[in-house]
Design a protein around this ligand. Structure first.
Ligand code: C2E
Ligand code: CA
Ligand code: CA
Length: 547
């Protein structure tokens, strides 16, 4: 047995369809998330480049106004009041680490809070863009730190005054989400001289990276940033997890719907019956009817079974009531009769002594059209009308006894015989027996079980059998399960019986085999007699030859 057998097929299809459908949103989510991360990555690197430019502009602007202030105050020497002015200016201007007055030979005349070891190298020098009279230099201090130096003419025009700012103040130190810097950033002067860098350049470029760039419109600084793709994804791992979670949840939802929806479809039982009828899933089973005096086979009752595609058999009690209340019983009964004609018609037709009975819901006797149906079905079949028995099976009281009586008579006109099922129970009482003019009564299992043990039941059955015989009706006992019951039924003068003691309802092939073995056809009997005499003749010849 495979997995498929354990998992109902419609659910399996539902799950597969669900999985396929769920794949689409998963892919869509992935594409969407990919696009989102792409945008987020480029946006982040651009934002950090712009931030670097903004930092540089602010630092330089602050420094310019400080130096302009000192120049305007005429600071151009190392006099005590000039030094005091410089000290005050450094104190008030956050980014500036030191101020110096420089003579024509480029040597500091004096330094107010300058780099501790002085300046070792000038790395680049150029005019500051858009600000006449200012120069921008990148220098290396004695300790090795890079610094930006801004420089202008001092008051009186003899010397220069300059201020130094650490390059770190030109560069972003944190990422946009407030965490440690995740980009590599570099800032250059308008002419491209490097001011400084921060962060590590992504070494593994295999995964790709995002880059951003910005230029200062005020002073020409250029900032560029590089953000490794994996870092951008790591930054938004919460987002990506959320989207994966949503995609998985959506997928599961669709898979579940794929399983539930087919079940809901089968939740419409009438539609399911209709489908089963069209698919030919209602099949006849045959319960043998036996002559309890001679032991001969007298025929069979057709009992419907629903053979589902998975091989399971459903008993009529589970679907006949719905077939009746939905009106589908007519189509189902017609279909069953046709199937019996095709399957057992030849075997029954060749044995005129066999009867075949069908259960007919009482509602089928409400209209004349059933007479035409029965004629059309059996007229072209090997089964003779005289072999057909229709059992009037009723769950509710018959509404219109006169009409039913008329249809019963019309059917009898075709040559078929009518039985009342389950006599003695429910509504099937004496009145139906007396008023409907039927040919056979079937004594219910309930009475068969009570015969011999319950005096009253035995009396009722005795009365029913007497009455039936007086009215020239045949009597069939149902649900006979043991030989004691057979003996009692014989004593009561009953000839026909069916029940597990003889056979349960059998599938067509088994019933046909039983028919062949219990009731071999005369032609077959002749054939076997010929075969036997031929064998005897050959035996005799052999003995004769041997002698
Ligand atoms: P029913 O016509 O009274 O059929 C006899 C029921 O008793 C059958 O049940 C049969 O399998 C069961 N049976 C036979 N011998 C014995 C026995 O010795 N002991 C016990 N305990 N039971 C026995 P089944 O096949 O389940 O059918 C149930 C009912 O469904 C039938 O009762 C009949 O009323 C209805 N039915 C079956 N086929 C059709 C059909 O084609 N059309 C209609 N309208 N009703 C049907
Ligand atoms: Ca019956
Ligand atoms: Ca019955």
């Amino acid at each position: 047995m495979g997995w498929v057998a354990l998992f109902p097929r419609n659910k399996l299809y539902g799950a597969i369809a669900g999985a396929l459908l769920a794949g689409a949103p998963l892919i869509a989510f992935d594409v969407w998330i990919g696009g989102l991360l792409e945008r987020q990555g480029s946006e982040e690197s651009l934002l950090l480049a712009k931030r670097a430019v903004a930092l540089a502009e602010t630092r330089v602007s602050q420094t310019i106004s400080m130096l302009d202030g000192l120049a305007a105050a005429g600071v151009n020497s190392c006099s005590p009041e000039h030094l005091a002015a410089m000290r005050r200016a450094v104190f008030l201007t956050a980014p500036v680490k030191g101020v110096a007055v420089i003579d024509a030979d480029n040597q500091p005349m004096c330094t107010q809070v300058g780099p501790p070891n002085g300046i070792s190298r000038i790395l680049s020098a150029e005019p500051l863009e858009n600000v006449p009279g200012y120069a921008l230099e990148v220098i290396e201090a004695g300790g090795g730190q890079r610094m930006v130096r801004l420089r202008r003419k001092a008051g009186g025009g003899v010397a220069d005054i300059c201020a130094v700012i650490p390059v770190e103040l030109f560069l972003p130190q944190i990422s946009t989400n407030g965490g440690p810097l995740n980009v590599y950033a570099s800032v250059t002067t308008g002419r491209g001289a490097l001011i400084g860098t921060n962060g590590a350049l992504p070494s593994d470029q295999a995964d790709g990276s995002f880059s951003g760039g910005a230029q200062s419109s005020k002073y020409g600084f250029i900032a560029t940033t590089t953000l490794a793709r994996w870092r951008a994804i790591e930054n938004h791992s919460d987002l990506s997890w959320l989207s994966h979670f949503a995609a998985i949840a959506l997928g599961l939802l669709i898979v579940t719907l794929g399983i539930i929806l087919p079940r809901r479809e089968t939740g419409n039982p009438v539609a399911e019956l209709q489908r089963a009828l069209e698919a030919g899933e209602f099949v006849p089973y045959y319960q043998p009817l036996v002559d309890i005096r001679s032991g001969q086979l007298r025929g069979a009752e057709v009992l419907v079974r629903w053979k589902k595609p998975d091989g399971s058999l459903v008993l009529p009690g589970a679907f006949i009531p719905l077939a009746e209340s939905s009106g589908m019983i007519l189509a189902l009964t017609r279909d069953l009769m046709k199937r019996v004609c095709a399957e057992a018609g030849p075997a029954i037709g060749k044995r005129p002594g066999l009867k075949i009975s069908f259960n007919f819901a009482a509602q089928l006797f409400r209209s004349d059209s059933i007479v035409k149906d029965v004629r059309n079905i059996f007229v072209g079949s090997p089964i003779q009308m005289s072999q057909v028995v229709l059992e009037l099976t009723e769950r509710d009281p018959i509404e219109n006894l006169t009409e039913t009586r008329r249809v019963v008579a019309a059917l009898q006109g075709l040559g078929v015989r009518i039985a009342i099922d389950d006599v003695g129970t429910g509504h099937s009482g004496l009145s139906y027996m007396l008023k409907l003019g039927v040919d056979i009564i079937k004594i219910d299992k309930m009475f068969v079980d009570a015969i011999g043990t319950d005096r009253n039941s035995t009396t009722i059955v005795e009365t029913l059998v007497d009455l039936a015989h007086n009215m020239r009706m045949d009597v069939v006992a149902e649900g006979v399960e043991n030989f004691e019951q057979v003996v009692h039924l014989r004593e009561l003068g009953i000839r026909s019986a069916q029940g597990y003691v003889f056979a349960p309802p059998l599938p067509g092939s088994a019933f046909l085999q039983l028919v062949e073995s219990l009731d071999p056809l005369p032609a077959a009997a002749v054939e076997s007699k010929v075969a036997e005499s031929a064998r005897r003749y050959m035996d005799a010849r052999t003995q004769f030859d041997a002698a």
